[in-house]
Design a binder for this molecule. Sequence first.
Ligand code: PEP
Ligand code: MN
Length: 264
Amino acid sequence: KLVSREFKHEDTIVNIDGVLVGGGHLGIMAGPCAVESMEQLQESAQAVKAAGAQFLRGGAFKPRTSPYDFQGFAEKGLQMLKTVGEKTGLKIVTEIVDVNAIDMHCAYADVLQVGARNMQNFELLKVVGKSKKPVLLKRGMSATISEWLNAAEYILSEGNYNVILCERGIRTYETFTRNTLDLSAVAAVKELSHLPIIVDPSHGTGRWQMVRPMARAAIAAGADGLMIEVHPHPEVALSDGDQSLTPENFDVVMKEVSQIAAMM
Ligand code: PEP
Ligand code: MN
């Protein structure tokens, strides 16, 4: 398999227009769950950049559980992301949900996120594999490590080797947390694959109070970076406010994480 350590021994370093992720380079992707307004996005971007993130995340096409929940601003949201990305120098990470929207996403985004719900959307995997954009492949909420790596294989087998994996929690019997963050996936992926793996403690726990300790643990476990939801006003967020950090709390996380990274 192309994703395997046997095929390629050295860690893959994904280069996103000069920002490296993997092989000792930490990629920090932060920002709101959804793009809600220019003001919200700009405030988020300034905050995450000041704290040291290199990537701004934000959804314009939101795969919401309920059809009555905010679905995102679609192409308008992508335009806002690109504008703010160019203004701040942050690289843009945003989710693609539709095979027919590949050209549009490639025009606006620096990293194409394939979400947990689409991890086994094989046509989408083939389409992002044919593009030359770096891909962030989230783990499906019920996916084994093997299924997840096979999903990555779909992308590599189309010729796109710029894949970053993202552990975002899996479904278990536990209900206190939104998902059960499987930090052992970091060690498992490091053993099995050369691809970089980052951790999303926001979706992984669903609770902002738990993001800080789990972010520290992820870096200590050897993760190549983090995806963290940050909102200037989490209490009024249109999605995932309960798991979103304030800019102040994100700054604390970043300081702790860089201390841990320096010890590794
Ligand atoms: C997200 O990143 O906002 C998201 C929807 O994540 P996941 O696919 O992991 O649920
Ligand atoms: Mn979210």
